[in-house]
Every structure is written in C-alpha cells, then in structure tokens.
Design a protein around this ligand. Sequence first.
Ligand code: SF4
Length: 341
Amino acid sequence: MKPFAYARPGSVAEAVRDVTAEPNAVFLAGGTNLVDHLKLGVARPELVVDVRTLTSREVSDLPDGGIRVGASVTNSELAADRRVRERYPVLAQALLSGATGQLRNVATTGGNPLQRTRCVYFQDVTTACNKREPGSGCSAVGGYTRYHAVLGVPAALPDATAPETCTATHPSDMAVALAALDAQVQVLGPAGARTVPFVDLHRLPGDDPSRDTVLEHGELITAIDLPPLPAGVRSAYRKVRDRASYAFALVSVAAVVAVEDGQVADVRIALGGVAHKPWRATRAEQALSGRPATVDSYRAAVAAELAGAQPQPGIDGGNGFKIPLLTRALVATLRDLTPEA
Ligand code: SF4
C-alpha cells in the first residue's frame, strides 16, 4: 500500500478545507470500499481525511413530512429506523439486500452512494481500465461483461482505447432506492452548501469515466433528504443476484407506485445493475402513468424502457440475459405492489 497522511479534523468545514487544499486527498467515512482500494492500489491518495465522527448520525423529521438522514447514519441504523420501514420500505429493503450485516454496520449514508464499480478490471491494476486511467483502454471490451451495463450505452461503442468507453455498472442498492424516491443530496464544499437531486448525482461515462458523480473535489455529502410520499403509495425493492446474499445485483428494481380506480396514479421506478448510474426509468414511468394497472401495461412499460438497451458481448456469454431478467423482475415487482391489478 502506498503511504498516505491521515487527518481527523474537528469539524465538517475543516474537513472540506483540508481535502480542498490537497488535490490528491479523499474523505474517509465507513471505509468499506475505500480501504479495499487503498490495499489494491486502485486509490493512491496523499491524504485521507476522516469524517466519520463529523457529519450527523441522526435521522430527523423535516417540516414537509419527509426525513433528513445524516451522512454518518449507518446502513444498519437506517434500515432499522421505524419511519424508513413504515414509509419508505423500498429503501429499507434495498439496504438490507446489500453486502453483509458486518458491512452494513459501518457503511454510511454518505459513503454508500459513492462506492465505486465492482468491474473486475477496475479493481485489478494490472489491466487496462479507462475508469482508473482514462485512455488506457477498457478490458471489458471482449472480456467479462456479465455484471456490465445495457442501458446508457452508445449503440456503437467507440474503440476500447477511447477514453469514454466504459460499460461498468454502479453497485449500490441503496442508491437505486434513493433514485426512485426523488431523494435530495445535501452537499458542503469549498464554494458553500448546495442541494443535488439524487437522480443527478451520478453521471454516465461521457468524456471522463473516471468521474462517477457530479461532485467537485472537496465536496462532502452531509445529509440525504427523503421527501414525503403521497398517501396510498406502496414501494418495494427486488434484487436478482448470483447467490442469496453478499452479492451485487445482476438486475434490481426499486418501484414506488399508487393506483386509483384501477389506473396508475403515481409511479417512480429506478433500476440497478444495468447502467453506469442508478437508472431512473423515465420511459417506463411515462408509459405507465394514467394507464390501467395491469400486467399488460407493465410489460409494455418495460419494453419502452428497454427499447434502447445495448447488450454487451463477452467471453462469459455477454449480458443479453439482463433484458428478459429485468423484464420479469420489473413486471413481478409492480404486480406484487398492485394486487388489485
Ligand atoms: Fe474500466 Fe469501465 Fe472498462 Fe470496467 S468497463 S474495465 S471500469 S473502463
């Protein structure tokens, strides 16, 4: 492991100042992903700034009926919070489907959405990877793509060495639920505080796959707000994976839906395991809104969302299986949430 300096400042403002001052500095929260990357040589910071005891570890009620989750609230604490279990079951289920109990006990609300892809090549510094080193190439082209993206991928991928070539997926379950819940991210940075809609936090590879989010250097997530949900809304998270626990999603679905008089009155859907970012399924939502709450409608909505999907070939058989798998997972999730359908 490359040596680095370690700092434990006395306040959030000091932590932001310390990271901002060192271009190669990172924040440390639960460390469940960063510490792995330090050992693997994927992350090679000069300075690690520990914020574990600086940001809030409380879940508080907001005046609009929503809740604010401090960045240091652990995944276990958040999943057990009565308000989350009762009002946002999609989030509690997503949290409990992630990692293991031991990891959830230390992983934090601010850190979980910022975990990095588990693309095997990204974590192996002996291979080419545009996300680790833009322009070095993408070893997933012609390699293992079982866990890779099918949405948000150009119809014709540029050459593997093009800096923008990256089909890695975002690994967080929690982030998929937060995207469906229209969460708002509270951020403090060198330019002050700002709020980022969760659906805009993560980015597609674009011209720089090394950047997973829109956060600038020195910006720290201090809390995540969940807006209130309308009465009658139900929600659920469904995750499909290679084994029953401690595995990342092949595909996952976070759905929030309300039905009135047999029609879909409110629907929010986010997908995991299929894109470079938690994927808000806006085409499916548009196709469903105001439509009869039937399995036929659900199938049509999935088809609308997946019309632009780009399965990737691979030496492991590729990831074309995600299209029927996601179709079944999304239809089943919506069907279970709307037994009157
Ligand atoms: Fe790297 Fe992305 Fe290619 Fe994986 S898919 S090797 S993360 S550039």
